[in-house]
Ligand binder design. Sequence first.
Ligand code: NAD
Length: 290
Amino acid sequence: MARVAFIGLGNMGGGMAANLAKKGHDVRAFDLSADALDKARAAGCLPVDDAASAVEGAEAVITMLPAGKHVEGVYAEAVFGRAAPSAILIDCSTIDVATARRLAEQAATNGLVAVDAPVSGGIAAAAAGTLTFMVGGSDDGFARAQPFLADMGKTVIHAGGSGAGQAAKMCNNMLLGATMVATCEAFRLAERLGLDLQTFYDISSVSSGQSWSMTTYCPVPGVGPETPADRDYQGGFAAALMLKDLRLAMEAAADAGAATPMGSRAAELYEAFVAKGEGGTDFSGIIRTL
Ligand code: NAD
């Protein structure tokens, strides 16, 4: 078992660090929040005073932070110049592709190997150790990160070179945002046309309109499996996080010169939904605005 630095013990990182400790790793944990540090201690991690103390002597440095600027700050202040040359740097946060690539280059300049490894799956999957990781980096970086990621998830996929993990994450979530809006619209239209919604679900879920947004995460209460719709759209995947991912996708599309008309429309609709104070509502709750 290894010594692991874990920085960012929020909704996701708290559960992930706990799973590494459960697997027997010596987890040196740091967060700006004292409450998060207390929870990490209770979960078997060793809380430390700052990020640099966590990084000292670690074989893996894992970050799970809100955005690119936080990861950049932690790498500059506490990782570069301090991490052992043998340490693998694994950033699991969802950040923009350009920053992920820049960090990997800076790591190489500092004699270190870094991978981007964003996750699919929410807080429950982080706690249960059933996340999916999509990894961007060299073959060597992937091989070194894989055992740590496998201790926190059920699936670990090498997406390609640096930034490819983030690219996969934002393409996937752009698709998710767009299919969710389309699914909500289809249910609303079905209703207006006098269809019974369960009957429409029974037909569409086995027809060509089927998608994850319909069959696994149905936005209509009482139809399909149990979803946040059955809990008044509480819990699940917050609309504010969907908007964050859509904005990252739009940024990446603009940089790459890619046309994403459906993604852009989904981003506008989630922008308006969040502006109405619905950022904490599950993203399927957007059906209430259609
Ligand atoms: P969160 O806000 O709950 O946790 C972030 C933590 O980082 C906080 O505890 C904060 O105190 C800490 N932090 C911020 N700056 C720091 C610093 N400089 N040093 C140490 N700690 C610092 O966020 P979260 O929900 O855990 O999400 C983390 C990342 O995972 C985000 O990039 C998010 O987009 C992504 N993500 C979240 C979900 C989800 O369902 N919550 C799902 C997939 C991916």
